[in-house]
Design a protein around this ligand. Structure first.
Ligand code: ATP
Ligand code: MG
Length: 407
């Protein structure tokens, strides 16, 4: 756990969740909120009683058992769309109840100064925000004798009054931000198992894409190390994504055909073009609207501007490259933060290192590449590649089937 949590979890805890960007989407707000709500509910599927409720610009989790609150927060730190969250209590929107709840909440906390941060979602209450600040402030002072400091308080006590209830909490724990997974549509990730592709996948998830992963492996020419890495990396992404599909495509035969039939210097580009085609077919099948790669400008010979264009030419969908402007160092740091680094660093034989060319074209012309490809029976190759492809579903540990329907 990175963020500190209240030393004493209230007996009937609620979790108050704030989001930001999605609040700005005007008419689409309800659409985003519903997806966020569903993604949150999915992570609480194994916690009896927990229910997510939408209360104006926030979501509130109620019915949680005291012992589940810390684990719930840990899981919610992997839910894109959440800006911050707090453990607190819910009482009826009456000053006496708020005062008592605030006193209970600060028990066990040590602080020299504090501020009350009141907020009313509606104006219909018989008290103002100033009333809340004054009344709840004096209640907190009675049990703590700490000073009120509105500019740099050691402790902030938030009181949010909404739809007849008051939520009292003391600490905002940061969430990952971004947009809820699947609010922006779906994409196919060309999922190699080095450092880049998993980070690229994570970045697109953070922008609200749900993902379908496709990994091209070299078996039986290579061992199964890359496939095991792909599964382990998919499992880490599933913590953020929820259940995720991984399609495994045996690629060595296609590479062999390309390496025999086409000029050596175009090999890498032609391998990649074939990957783009397979990924595009999968995208059609799984209703995806984009392909995603871990390419970064100039990182290796196949990632020059002309070569990126020659590769993208074979895709039927926009190719998103979230790492295009990243340094390797930045990618490695991000891999460490996400938790993919330790798996990405393990050794494996790349599909693409089989039949590797000695000389690599760095300025491929699309017309020349297309001519080089004329020797290939592309529809037949695609059919073979897809016929042997295997799709697996990778579940995070907390996954419970059917939760989103239940909410
Ligand atoms: P990575 O760190 O993601 O493995 P890389 O630095 O090895 O990338 P390349 O090998 O040039 O770079 O690959 C560029 C991109 O092409 C990868 O990020 C990935 O999106 C896609 N790609 C390459 N090889 C494969 C593969 N075997 N399966 C799926 N996608 C691949
Ligand atoms: Mg690679």
């Amino acid at each position: 756990m990175s963020a500190p949590i209240l030393p004493v979890i209230p007996q009937n805890p609620v979790i108050i969740i704030h989001y930001h960007e999605i609040g700005l989407k005007g008419g689409n707000q309800a659409y985003f909120e519903n997806i966020l709500k569903r993604n949150i509910a999915q992570r609480l599927g194994d916690m009896p009683g927990a229910r997510v409720r939408h209360m104006r610009n926030r979501l509130v989790i109620r019915g949680l058992r005291q012992g589940d609150a810390t684990l719930a927060i840990e899981r919610l730190q992997h839910v894109f769309g959440i800006v911050n969250m707090s453990i607190g209590t819910e009482v009826d929107a009456e000053l006496d109840a708020m005062k008592q709840a605030a006193q209970d909440l600060v028990q066990g906390l040590t602080f020299q100064s504090f501020a009350i941060r009141p907020k009313r979602a509606e104006k219909r209450y018989p008290f103002t925000s100033q009333d809340i600040g004054r009344e709840v402030g004096s209640a907190v002072w009675q049990v703590s004798h700490a000073q009120v400091d509105l500019t740099h308080p050691e402790l902030e006590v938030f009181v949010e009054v909404v739809q007849g209830k008051a939520y009292i909490f003391a600490e905002k724990i940061p969430g990952p931000g971004g947009l809820p997974v699947s609010s922006s549509g779906r994409g196919v990730v060309l999922f190699s198992v080095g450092f880049d592709a998993p980070v690229a996948a994570w970045r697109m998830m953070k922008r609200g894409l749900s993902l379908h992963l496709v990994h091209f492996h070299g078996q039986p020419q290579t061992d199964d190390a890359s496939v095991r890495k792909a599964r382990a990396l998919a499992k880490i992404l599933a913590e953020w994504h929820g259940r995720i599909k991984l399609t495994l495509v045996a690629f060595s035969q296609a590479q062999e055909i390309i390496s025999v039939a086409c000029p050596e210097r175009y090999r890498t580009i032609l391998y990649r073009r074939m990957m783009m085609r397979v990924a595009s077919k999968l995208a059609w099948k799984h209703r995806c609207r984009a392909l995603i790669t871990g390419e970064s400008l100039g990182q290796v010979a196949s990632q020059t501007l002309p070569n990126l264009a020659a590769i993208e030419d074979a895709s039927s969908f926009p190719v998103l490259r979230p790492l295009i402007a990243f340094d390797k160092q930045e990618i490695l740091q991000e891999a460490q933060r996400i938790g993919t680094y330790d798996i990405s660093i393990l050794p494996h034989d790349e599909a693409c290192t089989l039949f590797q060319p000695r000389r690599v074209e760095t300025a491929a012309k699309i017309e020349d590449v297309r001519i080089a490809e004329e020797e290939l029976d592309i529809p037949w190759m695609l059919e073979q590649l897809l016929a042997d492809a295997v799709t697996e579903v990778i579940h995070p540990d907390w996954w419970v089937d059917g939760v989103s329907q239940r909410q």
